[in-house]
Design a protein around this ligand. Structure first.
Ligand code: URA
Length: 242
């Protein structure tokens, strides 16, 4: 493949920027400074470096977004801004959000064109952990915590008509938030519609604000403000695939 295409696939820059970078001698092929953007390389054999760092080729793209409130977790929407609009500068086709966060929920959202990874992380059989920071309308009692941790009825039913209880969850009580609202971390292993809000409603509480902090091994980067995103590191990608 062409060198500029390879660098573009690695999100190094736009075509125009890449041309400039190559002109400035920032890219090497097997240790030799590359001089032409249209030179052909073998992405599986040649060692390509940019600014001294070796690039490993991946045909897929992976981004971590700190989803802000007010944006929908969809690829298209007639009315609202979507999470894909926030990544519009990336010029990457076929990105999808891995799961959904409600419009008013903030936090970690993975966007990728790696369908196999999306399937793996969302499969109900895999029970991938998701940690949420949950700001509540009132104190949570020991009894409520026990019910959330054991599994409870949130109004879902199995095909045979029996109640589909939630899987056991974990609750960690934290000091109240800056606005004096009770705060917990809730770790769940499913991804049912409005699950966190419905679990808290089932114990007579109300979620006032929700942020996702982690999904499987992937942790929300604290340096990302709501609306910011960054590519995943190679380590984050390989940990997610394990
Ligand atoms: N649970 C919810 O209720 N909302 C979300 O956005 C995510 C999990």
């Amino acid at each position: 493949m062409r060198l500029d295409k390879f660098l573009g696939d690695q999100n190094i820059g736009t075509r125009k920027q890449i041309k400039e970078y190559i002109k400035n001698g920032r890219c090497t092929i097997n240790g030799e400074v590359a001089t032409k953007p249209d030179i052909h390389i073998d992405e599986n054999k040649d060692e390509i470096s940019f600014d001294g760092e070796i690039l490993s080729y991946s045909k897929f793209h992976y981004f971590m977004l700190n989803k802000p409130a007010g944006v929908v977790s969809a690829t298209k929407d007639g009315k609202c801004q979507t999470v894909l609009n926030l990544l519009a500068g990336e010029n990457v086709k076929d990105l999808s959000p891995c799961g959904r966060l409600d419009i008013d929920t903030e936090g970690l959202l993975l966007l990728t064109d790696d369908g196999e990874l999306i399937h793996k992380l969302l499969s109900p059989k895999k029970h991938v952990d998701k940690t949420y920071e949950v700001h509540l309308s009132k104190e949570i009692s020991e009894n409520d915590i026990a019910r959330l941790e054991e599994g409870l009825n949130i109004g879902d039913y199995n095909e045979d008509g029996s109640v589909k209880m939630t899987l056991p969850a974990r609750v960690k009580v934290l000091p109240d938030d800056e606005e004096g609202r009770p705060l917990i971390h809730l770790i769940i292993h499913e991804g049912r519609f409005h699950q966190v809000k419905r679990m808290l409603e089932a114990v007579g509480n109300e979620v006032l604000f929700l942020r996702r902090l982690s999904m499987g091994s992937l942790q929300l980067d604290e340096d990302l403000a709501p609306g910011d995103y960054r590519p995943l590191t190679d380590e984050e990608i390989s940990d997610l695939k394990k």
